[in-house]
Design a protein around this ligand. Sequence first.
Ligand SMILES: C[S@@+](CC[C@H](N)C(=O)[O-])C[C@H]1O[C@@H](n2cnc3c(N)ncnc32)[C@H](O)[C@@H]1O
Length: 239
Amino acid sequence: MAEIQEKPHTVELFTEVAPKYEFLNSIMTAGMDRSWRKTLLKISEAALGQTPKDILDLATGTGDVPRMMAEKWPRAKITGTDPTVAMLDVARKRKSSIVWQEGVAEKIAFPDESLDLITIAFGFRNVAEASRLKAAQEAFRVLRPGGVFSILELGLPARNPWRKSYSFLLRFGMPNFAGLFSPKDPYKYLSQSILDFPPPENIRRMLSKAGFVPFAPRPLSLGMTWLYVGKKSPHKNQD
Ligand SMILES: C[S@@+](CC[C@H](N)C(=O)[O-])C[C@H]1O[C@@H](n2cnc3c(N)ncnc32)[C@H](O)[C@@H]1O
């Protein structure tokens, strides 16, 4: 089994980009990141079949997802975790009832069957490839029966010409554009990590291997982003 890194290799990189992260995210996705997160919440709630009460957002970064959740589900108890303190520091600057904690996706500091929704937005590809199954298994462990694990992740459109043009943009456009406002190297890594991310079917299979009943991966904005949802069976001991 892969060793769990308490301080992932990307912590330094996200410490560098933290001050400009939200600004760059929003302009580089032409504001679509907000609508993708909205879809994440809507589909997760539908998959759960009720309003979530106990929620964990992994790789929460500067906290965009939990803040949106707190608006949509004001009675929910929401925790956001991330291994990069500089990202959490930005999240903590805004007043909210959200609990912010340091933590990695591969080792979730919650008891078994204590949550009903776990999300991770644009963070799963930062989990080392060898540890992604472990992260999904951890989500499975801490979810109650019937709970939902949702992964929102940047990816590539399934078809050409979109796939080719978007890959070109990622390889050359994104690092050069981001480099005008922020250090360029982290964005080179971020682009490459999107190009290297496994195809949707592999993520669906991984969710299944972790114990979830996976939904069909859902492309958003032609596949620039994908939503993967797995549901833990509501029945215990169902093989
Ligand atoms: C692109 S940001 C996403 C932030 C936020 N979720 C959003 O919607 O904008 C990716 C985050 O993943 C975090 N990260 C890196 N490795 C991680 C790991 N192994 N487990 C959990 N989070 C990790 C980074 O610290 C970073 O804040």
